[in-house]
Write a protein that binds this ligand. Sequence first.
Ligand code: BDR
Ligand code: CA
Length: 310
Amino acid sequence: MRRFVIDTDTGSDDAVALLMALREPSIKVEAITTVAGNCRLHYATANALASIDIASTYRPKLYEGMDRPLLREATRAEFVHGVNGMSDMELPHVAQAKEEMHAIDALIEYAKASDGDLELISLGPATNLAMAIRKDPIAMQRYQHLYMMMGTGNGPGNVTPTAEFNAFADPEALKIVLESSIPVTLIGWDASVNGCFLEHDYLLELKKLNNPISQFALNCNEALIQFNRDRFKLEGLDLPDPVAMAAVLYPEMITESGNYYAEVEVNSPLTYGTIATDFMNTLEKEPNVKIVFRINGDAFRNKLKALLTI
Ligand code: BDR
Ligand code: CA
């Protein structure tokens, strides 16, 4: 059975990704670590604990991590996901508490305790991962693979013309990750809008499931639905973290991917946080990332619906 640690800045789409992972019976989530990003850290932690509760399967331990990026000022996505990251909905009371251990140490300890078979999924800024790599690079190399919802494949940025939110929120941390020798897959934000956008009719299908899990998944994303309506005149929802989760859990859904050498920009004000991918191999360097550009939208929608059904 595949086993995972998930690092998340739990906002509304992270919450759905957590529901998916926790409700997929063929895998096990060993631990969840939280990081500041979409929302402030304490909200991310509360949102992840609520997601564990709503998933109604089992309870991985939760470890809280970094409350700000390595160097830059915090940037949040409150206008996209609400101040609490969950469309400012009220969360259920949850008995589970976070663990005492810091997420950085937890990431290291879980790696050390594994047989090299543990996989790591990152759904937010790379701050916790970079700190753990700096603290114990050898232990962190024990992760079999690191999958990140990160960057924008070969498409435009979603916070600047060329940068995607997770990369933009802590590029210096991402640089440390890309320069480590952990095998990395980046699932770009563009995969969630090209082919995997959830149209109004599909959201109605989810609404008809009418159970606490589907209701939670929809209600926490109300702010994002409203953001798409106001900003893009689009009726529906893009779910970058669930699309990334699907690419990890169901690799057969991947329709377009490639191996490349990539670096993240940390200096230029205009392109700060942009992942520069050497598509033409102009630098003649060994690939350091696999990039997933597209997954099968129908397969994604069917699986998401199945996982939200009780
Ligand atoms: C990423 O940023 C956040 O808004 C989402 O949770 C996702 O991880 C998309 O750019
Ligand atoms: Ca996220």
